[in-house]
Design a protein around this ligand. Structure first.
Ligand code: GLU
Length: 484
């Protein structure tokens, strides 16, 4: 029989109402670690902090995972043999296991009142809970329970020795047991703390690798002691470094709102594609082995991911790089998928005379996010003020005077065109350039500036005229002539 256990990982978010990019990266790595080895992946909702509940927050998590293609084998909505997967629905289970720990001498009831704890806290020499109830006589405990005195359950930490474990990313982590607080496992409201219930769930759900943010790196010895107390095999731990952001002054700190959009939803709402976001964040702390490849679909990530290529140095989230990824992903979209996203945006901002399908085509290689569309097509929606300097172009040897003549000569030709298409327009202007012995570049320059009133445009003169339609194009040229 093979002793190789099937890998099982999980993503265990607290429902905060939004998906921080750092959390999404944790979900992704946890998923990839399992899927790269044919394992299973669980979604578990950690909602035992009842004061922090946010309505609709679980849907945000589930929707995000769906949109990013991180599909889970067990979890809310999917089911599985280890459910329920929402911790608030597992309250009795935790109590049962806390009592087992009390029976085996690894936990105890604590009846200290809020006032007593506050007084302890106010004392300057506060060094954590003073273990007042740790050794209460059995009879006293029973009497208190019989009287219905409120209690919490605390973990009884060893007072001496050390506890250590080997993290897959950071290596050995060791703590003196004397530094470990007798932490609360079950709160006064009967709900477990994160510190307790995630251990119980990870065990009961068969999790082999715990992948999470490194804020838990140094509290993990406490969790290891819980596994030991139950006599359970500890899982492997894979703590991930923080995601950082850089501000305008170049200072680096934990990625937060002041650096830009930090939730998956906000990024999507500002015009980023889920595939681009996933691809980019996959590289923020992991790199492929023996390869400099940067583009990965989810299927490719599943094949390429290896745990030994995780980095322990924090990565800086670079919005420009994400933008670049996004522009590349936009270019890769099929015309159908691309139009599905872009046409509704254009339909909302463009007047009826604009050929939005053609315009969409012009934009495809020229936008980095869908949010840029409005600003990129502003010159089409309204005529910008003309700056006559724009007619001057050294390479094409154009000046406002030359352009005026070109426009005057082209106007009747354009008016005579019945099939207003890019091809016919292009052919007509080429013909004019040959007949008039003017450089084609100069002709195109004059016409493009006249219709766009902008130096840099998505598309050339005839493409833009096709999008604008005949009436609007002719009108703009006439206006340009009169202004010159
Ligand atoms: N609910 C915890 C959090 O969101 C999960 C930590 C863990 O994965 O164990 O930080």
């Amino acid at each position: 029989m093979s002793d190789k256990k099937t890998i099982k990982t999980r993503f265990a978010p607290s429902p905060t109402g939004y998906m921080h990019i750092g959390n999404l990266r944790t979900a992704l790595y946890s998923y990839l670690l399992s899927k790269s080895q044919g394992g299973k992946f669980i979604l578990r909702i950690e909602d035992t902090d009842q004061e922090r509940l946010v309505e609709g927050a679980v849907d945000v998590i589930i929707d995000t995972l769906k949109m990013t293609g991180i599909d889970y084998d067990e979890g809310p909505g999917v089911g599985g043999e280890n459910g329920p997967y929402i911790q608030s629905q597992r309250k009795e289970i935790y109590m049962e296991y806390a009592k087992k720990l009390i029976d085996s001498g690894h936990a105890y009831y604590c009846f200290c009142t809020a006032e007593r704890l506050q007084a302890l806290h106010d004392d300057n020499s506060f060094g954590g809970y003073d273990r007042h109830c740790r050794d209460l006589p059995k009879e006293e405990v029973e009497k208190n329970l019989a009287q219905g005195k409120p209690f919490v359950i605390r973990q009884k930490m060893p007072l001496e020795g050390k506890t250590s474990y080997v993290d897959e990313v950071y290596g050995e982590v060791e703590m003196d047991n004397s530094e470990l607080q007798d932490q609360i496992l079950i709160k006064a409201d009967g709900f477990p703390t994160y510190n307790f219930c995630h251990v119980i769930d990870d065990y009961l759900m068969g999790v082999t690798h715990v992948v999470r943010g490194n804020e838990y790196l140094t509290s993990t010895p406490k969790y290891c002691l819980l596994y030991d107390a139950f006599g359970w095999e500890r899982p492997k731990y894979v703590h991930l470094p923080l995601l950082m952001g850089k501000d305008a002054e170049g200072n680096v700190s934990k990625l937060s709102k002041r650096h830009g959009a930090v939730s998956f939803q906000d990024l999507v709402n500002t015009g980023y594609l889920p595939e681009a976001i996933v691809n980019y964040i996959a590289l923020l702390g992991w790199s492929p082995k023996d390869s400099t490849e940067e583009f990965f679909t989810m299927e490719e990530l599943k094949k390429a991911f290896t745990m030994d290529m995780l980095s322990k140095s924090p990565s800086v989230f670079d919005y420009d790089k994400l933008k670049w990824f996004n522009s590349e992903y936009i270019k890769k979209l099929s015309d159908e998928d691309y139009e599905k996203k872009v046409l509704p945006i254009l339909a909302e901002i463009c007047p009826d005379n604009i050929d939005t399908k053609k315009l969409a085509g012009l934009l495809k290689t020229r936008i980095a996010t869908f949010h840029e569309i409005k600003e990129k097509v502003d010159f089409i929606l309204e005529r910008l003020p003309m700056e006559s300097d724009l007619y001057t172009n050294k390479k094409n040897k154009t000046t406002p005077e030359v352009c005026k003549v070109i426009l005057e000569e082209c106007l009747p030709i354009l008016e005579g065109i019945s099939n207003w298409s890019n091809d016919d327009l292009f052919a007509a202007l080429k013909q004019y350039s040959a007949d008039s012995e003017r450089k084609a570049g100069a002709v195109m320059w004059a016409v493009r500036i006249a219709v766009a009133r902008l130096a840099v445009t998505p598309g050339g003169a005839t493409e833009l005229m096709e999008v604008l339609g005949k009436d609007e194009s002719i009108d703009r040229i006439k206006q340009a002539i009169s202004e010159l």
